[in-house]
Design a protein. Structure first.
Length: 390
């Protein structure tokens, strides 16, 4: 049971980590991003003054390198809900992503997460909204909205739009405070004159994002000076740092489970040996050598460890199969609080063969090791003391 619990918890925590990284790349940061070199220092203010002036030339060059690219304008604003044109029902600070509906789908996966309505179309003054934000505002498909923001030159601007789709995304950050607007509409209202703030890239899943980002930056450096390419690990630096802390906490949790398992196995084996001191004395009285007795007990404990480990692996595998295929619904937690992971709904585990191997050999080795010491103590006692042992 101890080994099974260890395998289950290890699978769940590993799955949460991997799923968070996928949701981060698929819905938030992409694999890598092209930015103006001055943009990153003021990224939290979402500035429109540090832009990429010639995005079409950059995306054409990336296409030659067989790298899917999606240009975006990211800006901040206040979203005002107006169910009645003459009444203000509510407002909320938001992060707005102006996207090219066709190109964005080559990099991100938002079309798969639209639970109501439809996707965006260029030229339409419509938006997509995160499900949790829509719920907070009481907004539905077709609701009129006003976005209050500033243009590239700093002038106040209002954009009147309607909701055409509601996104229920696996990433809670998107559900909580993000909306999506067609790129050409944002370009016109923000007076960007074709400039954008970022180009998101899709890299192979198993590729080293940092290494590829550096390589692509060198390829673009000659023709497009002033640009830099950051991998998702840099873009999501806060998440990566938090993930490092969580890994330390995870190791501590697994260590505590490990200790509990060790205590359980040790207690079982110690009781089994101490209860047989008289039997051990009888063996010695009948003429068995100490080495033969020690070997017999170690083989027996090894067999018990083997059976326990096999059963523990089987039970742990069943639990892993359940957590991987069914998962645990964390919506009640992620909806109202930031749990650190980029998981908005079902949290699933992941197969970790190494943990199965570690657990298997740990169960056997610990059983044998725990048996060695009481057996050694018994063999140092006289035969009469062993026979009188209670």
């Amino acid at each position: 049971m101890g080994l099974a619990i260890f395998i289950f918890i290890d699978s769940w925590l590993l799955g949460a980590q991997r799923e968070s990284e996928r949701n981060l790349i698929w819905y938030e940061t992409s694999s890598a991003r092209v930015l103006n070199q001055q943009y990153w220092e003021e990224k939290d203010q979402l500035p429109l003054k540090y832009v990429i002036e010639n995005p079409e030339a950059v995306t054409d060059r990336l296409q030659e390198l067989n790298i899917p690219a999606a240009p975006r304008i990211v800006f901040g604003g206040e979203l005002i809900v107006r169910e009645n044109p003459f009444e203000q029902d509510g407002s909320l600070p938001v992060k707005i992503f102006a996207i090219d509906p066709e190109k964005d789908n080559r990099v991100f996966r938002f079309n798969e997460t639209i639970k109501e309505g439809r996707s965006l179309k260029s030229g339409e003054e419509n938006i997509l909204m995160g499900a949790w934000m829509a719920e907070d505002l009481g907004a539905e498909i077709g609701y009129p909205l006003t976005i209050l923001t500033t243009t590239r030159d700093g002038y106040i601007q209002t954009i009147d739009v309607k909701i055409v789709g509601i996104i229920n995304c696996p990433n809670p950050v998107i559900n909580r405070s993000s909306i999506f607007l067609p790129l050409d509409i944002a370009d016109r209202y923000l007076e960007m004159h074709g400039a954008i703030t970022e180009i998101n890239l899709k890299l192979p899943e198993r590729a080293d994002a940092d290494l590829m980002a550096s390589s692509i930056e060198k390829e673009l450096g000659t023709d497009f000076p002033g640009l830099e390419i950051l991998s998702w690990k840099t873009l999501a630096g806060d998440f990566v740092a938090l993930a490092g802390m969580k890994q330390s906490a995870t190791r501590m949790i697994l260590f505590l489970v490990f200790i509990i398992v060790a205590v359980g196995v040790s207690n079982t084996m110690l009781m089994a040996i101490y209860e047989r001191f008289r039997e051990l004395g009888m063996m010695r009285a009948l003429g068995m050598k100490d080495s033969q007795i020690r070997l017999a007990f170690l083989f027996e404990s090894g067999g018990i460890g083997l059976i326990g480990s096999v059963l523990g692996i089987l039970l742990g595998t069943i639990l892993c199969f359940w957590i991987i295929n069914r998962g645990i619904d964390l919506t009640f937690m992620s909806r109202n609080m930031d749990i650190g992971y980029r998981i908005a709904g079902i949290s699933r585990g992941a197969w970790h063969p190494e943990a199965l191997v570690y657990a298997f050999f740990f169960g056997i080795i610990l059983s044998v090791a725990v048996t060695f010491f009481p057996t050694r103590r018994a063999l140092k006692m006289t035969i009469t003391d062993c026979l009188r042992y209670q």
